[in-house]
Design a protein around this ligand. Structure first.
Ligand code: SAM
Length: 186
């Protein structure tokens, strides 16, 4: 997977992340499926305390090397998002390209974790391919996923796009007032 240059490893952070960085005081951030840590390093350079996790060792090693070269202090961990436990909470959680590939059970665990890990007022930024007919059966973010996130988060913004000929979308969620609902459809 990390032999050569994967197409998503653009080494450039997206404007959607910069918009949140520019409008939010720095805090504690988590990048899920961080790859080679491009966005972890962007956040750290803007004053955030950042943890990045990826279940493949190679990108984490590459990310640590990049962070050293950039002179930033970050916490990069080899871990599966559907298994890891965090005691700390986060003000910003970012996922570019991880959630959309998880199994049904993995998504259920993931969504419960986001609920636990995100601080009140915190942002959850999700980017991925949307479920559609041309996509492999398991892949893609579907409307049930979004409903499950909306049980405890407010969807502030949604921006559709096309990524490598496939439908994709950004979802900007915030944990806010009056959304403490426990139910989750399966
Ligand atoms: C499409 S890549 C995107 C990497 C990075 N977010 C970026 O935009 O440059 C998705 C990443 O998610 C990681 N990943 C997939 N499933 C994961 C899981 N269950 N736990 C942790 N990382 C996972 C992959 O190893 C891969 O590095």
């Amino acid at each position: 997977m990390y032999q050569g240059a994967p197409p998503w490893d653009t080494k450039i952070s997206p404007p959607e992340l910069f918009r949140v960085i520019d409008s939010t005081p720095p805090g504690n951030a988590l990048d899920i499926g961080c790859g080679t840590a491009t966005n972890v390093i962007t956040l750290a350079k803007s004053g955030w305390t950042v943890t990045g996790i990826d279940f493949i060792r190679r990108p984490i090693e590459l990310g640590k090397k990049k962070a050293r070269l950039e002179g930033v202090n970050v916490n990069l961990v080899v871990a599966d998002v559907t298994k890891i436990v965090f005691e700390e909470k986060f003000d910003l959680i970012l996922d570019m390209g991880c959630f959309h590939n998880l199994s049904k059970q993995g998504r259920i665990r993931y969504i419960r974790s986001i609920k636990d890990w995100l601080n009140f007022g915190g942002y959850f930024l999700l980017y991925g391919f949307l479920k559609h007919d041309g996509l492999q059966a398991k892949r893609g973010i579907n409307s049930l996923d979004i409903n499950n996130f909306e049980n405890f988060l407010i969807l502030k913004n949604r921006q559709a796009g096309i990524d490598r000929s496939q439908k994709s979308s950004w979802f900007i969620f915030q944990k806010g007032d009056g959304h403490q609902v426990d139910s989750q459809s399966e």
